[in-house]
Design a protein. Structure first.
Length: 341
């Protein structure tokens, strides 16, 4: 029988449709993708992108020249622009701001490699280091309140025609609704229990191990109880922290190892599926009396990975429910048991 499951953080309900249950071989993620364009992100093509904002380079290598390991450049089609003032205003009952923010592309490797699953943990560590450095730098801009880092892999996941591993960073003057729902849910739980809901999830999942995918000394990876999508995986630090940018070097190395394991298991079990990857961290704390009273204790940064194996249709849009045809317990078992990951 199908189950209705409630997300303990934001209160969203999902339908675990056991009568439509699907195993990995039942998902067909291969479609005819558009032909790949000439890649401007490979080493030696630095003049094909805007000038770099940040880079991790070999010693003595010149800016905007070969010799880099991770490179960050402005988007050539930015959703938000760094120039200008917010100029908040109203139009009748509608609120308007100028489209001020930042849109950056994090080029994850100088080699023409597409899937992060095919990178070594050492390279993933450098990518995470670039994330951290950009979050720290953008905090200096008082117009910005939130930074979202995300990856689209594969045409079905919204990726473009260039098959080179990269992430996008968008900094905005507002906190996204999806993140705000997490912040509100986490604060409400803390006010009632005096504990972090994410830490409690780790404790319970660690005891039950039914939805565990992988863990190491610093990180816990599992399929959420109320998964929106089949084979959805969350990666959480075991040590409580609300800010990704506060991670030290050892924590970033353990995170890189966990990410490598999860993506490799997804690639092997689901025949290299398209996916989306998002990093949820706490907002920048601007001076608003009482607003961030408990965020250091109640919120917990994390990564959400969602393979794009199903389509969102009319029922989902009309109700806010998601339909997941693979129970997270079964998905976690498949991923956990992958050999040679």
């Amino acid at each position: 029988m199908p189950e209705l499951r409630k997300d303990p953080i934001i209160g969203r309900w999902v339908i675990i449709s056991t009568e439509r249950a699907k195993r990995p071989k039942d998902f067909k993620t291969r479609i005819k993708e558009p032909p790949e364009r000439d890649c401007p992100f490979c080493e030696g093509k630095e003049d094909c992108t805007p000038p770099e904002i940040f880079a991790i380079r070999d010693n003595n290598s010149e800016k905007n020249k070969p010799g880099w390991k991770v490179r960050v450049v402005p988007s050539i089609a930015p959703l938000l622009r760094i120039e200008g003032d917010l100029d908040p205003r109203g139009r009748g009952l509608y609120d308007i701001l100028n489209g001020v923010g930042a849109h950056e592309v994090i080029i994850e490797t100088p080699q023409h490699i597409y899937n992060i699953a095919d990178l070594e943990p050492e390279q993933i560590f450098l990518i995470l280091t670039a994330y951290k450095e950009r979050l720290v730098d953008l905090e200096n801009d008082p117009r910005l309140r939130y930074v979202l880092i995300y990856k689209n892999y594969g045409y079905l996941a919204g990726a473009g025609k260039i098959k080179h591993a990269r992430s996008n960073l968008i900094a905005s003057p507002i906190i996204p609704k999806r993140v705000k729902e997490e912040l509100v849910g986490a604060r409400r739980y803390f006010e009632y229990h005096d504990r972090c809901i994410f830490c409690d999830m780790i404790r319970q999942e660690s005891e039950q191990k039914k939805r565990l995918v992988y863990e190491n000394e610093g990180f816990f990876c599992f399929c959420p109880f109320a998964s929106r999508f089949p084979f959805e995986v969350w990666v959480l630090p075991k040590n409580h922290s609300c800010d990704f940018q506060k991670c030290n070097e050892e924590e970033l190395k353990l995170c890189a190892q966990a990410i490598k394991e999860v993506f490799l298991r997804l690639k092997i079990s689901l025949n290299d599926p398209p996916y989306n990857f998002v990093l949820h961290t706490a907002p920048y704390r601007r001076k608003r009396p009482g607003y961030w009273r408990t965020i250091l204790h109640d919120y917990h940064w994390h990564i959400e990975i969602t393979p794009r194996l199903t389509r969102v249709a009319g029922f989902e849009w009309g109700t806010g429910f998601y339909i997941c045809p693979t129970p997270p317990e079964e998905a976690a078992k498949v991923l956990r048991e992958i050999e040679n990951a």
